[in-house]
Design a protein around this ligand. Structure first.
Ligand code: PLP
Length: 355
């Protein structure tokens, strides 16, 4: 398989973004894929693989390939799947801002990414070529300013770190000027998808807006490269607490050992596992879906084999905008008059006094 020379180290991140594979023909020139099939998929769901992430793909169908290379299965019809199952659009009081919980909002400040994940929960909108206008951003800021219950602003997208440092700085300082906003979160895939984006200048900029948290999407241990480790170290050294959000994906990480290795590697680079998301029932992602049992079995496996700090919560997000719910393997087997019957991580049964 042809490789793009990873001698892109030291290149400015925007140059790497501009060297991304975005045309089906270009992809068919470097990978053994059918250009026509790629074109049919990419017409509906855009394609973008930056040279860094491309260099991590080892062979057809591997976990990184599955996340990045279009699959004709994205066009399969499935009546259980819809473009916006979580009702994000109806829960948007202004365009690009989702207000579901009283105290926090998701503010989608970019519709671009350095990698278009094939499993994206926002496939309906990501990468459609229209950038989020300044007007939309201003409307979002005005909404947050006028809504005192909002304590937590989550910058998302797309990938918010697709904004350049200057726009990011202006956005963050406007949000920080709102006195009821207590914390800011940035939800990004950049440290694993395009680590060159994370440099000292960015970390220096972000740390001026503390308390600021960064949650990163990492789905497979192969994404934890030396470059990704450096990116996370730069952010952690700026005092930014790092969390991970992993999506449970068939053929990528639906395996207890793979998931355990991922969580261990994350702890090693100072990223605290936050959530494993069960994949949302989004149109075009059927081939990524796993059963809930698979997720619960992974959670049961992690507990007891991994530092508690490395065990994330396993979440489903309710259709219709009901919000996130954590799922746990069954530990409580029953309640007696005085005792609770519980199972430990090895499956042994114990009784615990109720009070
Ligand atoms: C996931 C999500 C949040 C954040 O939820 P946390 O559990 O606080 O991380 C906020 N708003 C919306 C719409 C979400 O989907």
């Amino acid at each position: 398989m042809l490789k793009i020379d990873p001698s892109h180290q030291g290149l400015y991140w925007k140059d790497l973004v501009s060297q991304s594979i975005t045309f089906p023909d270009a992809l068919a020139r470097v990978l053994a894929v059918d250009a026509q099939a790629m074109a049919r998929v990419a017409e509906k769901y855009p394609l973008c693989i930056n040279p860094y992430f491309f260099s991590l793909i080892k062979e057809p169908g591997d976990p990184l390939w599955r996340q990045a290379v279009p699959d004709i299965a994205e066009l399969d019809q499935d009546n259980d799947l819809t473009p916006d199952p979580l009702a994000e659009e109806p829960q948007s009081p202004v365009p690009n801002l989702i207000h579901r919980y009283p105290d926090r909002v998701v503010f989608m400040v970019s519709d671009q990414c350095a990698l278009y994940c094939r499993h994206c929960m926002r496939k309906r909108r990501t990468g459609r070529g229209k950038t989020v206008s300044r007007k939309a951003v201003d409307a979002g800021i005005a909404y947050i300013r006028a809504t005192p219950s909002v304590r937590d602003v989550i910058l998302s997208g797309g990938d918010p770190l697709m904004l350049g440092d200057r726009r990011l700085e202006s956005l963050l300082s406007q949000i920080r000027q709102i006195s009821h906003v207590e914390i800011i979160r940035i939800h990004t895939r950049m440290p694993g998808a395009l680590p060159a984006r994370i440099d000292k200048a960015l970390a220096g900029l972000l740390k001026r807006f503390h308390p600021l948290y960064v949650n990163i999407q990492f789905n497979h241990p192969d994404e934890i490269t030396p470059e990704a480790a450096v990116a996370c170290a730069v952010l952690a050294d700026a005092g930014i607490p790092l969390g991970s959000q992993t999506v449970l994906l068939a053929g990528v990480n639906d395996d207890p050992e793979v998931m355990m290795t991922l969580m261990r590697r994350l702890l090693e680079i100072r990223v605290r596992p936050y959530y494993i998301h069960h994949a949302d029932p989004v149109e075009g992602t059927r081939h990524f879906r796993t059963s809930i049992e698979t997720g619960l079995a992974i959670m049961a496996y992690l507990r007891g084999r991994l530092s508690g700090m490395g065990v994330p919560q396993y979440m489903i997000d309710l259709p219709g905008g009901g919000g996130k719910v954590p799922l746990l393997p069954e530990y409580v087997l029953g309640t007696g008059p005085r005792t609770l019957k519980v199972r430990n991580f090895e499956g042994r049964v114990f009784r615990y006094p109720l009070r």
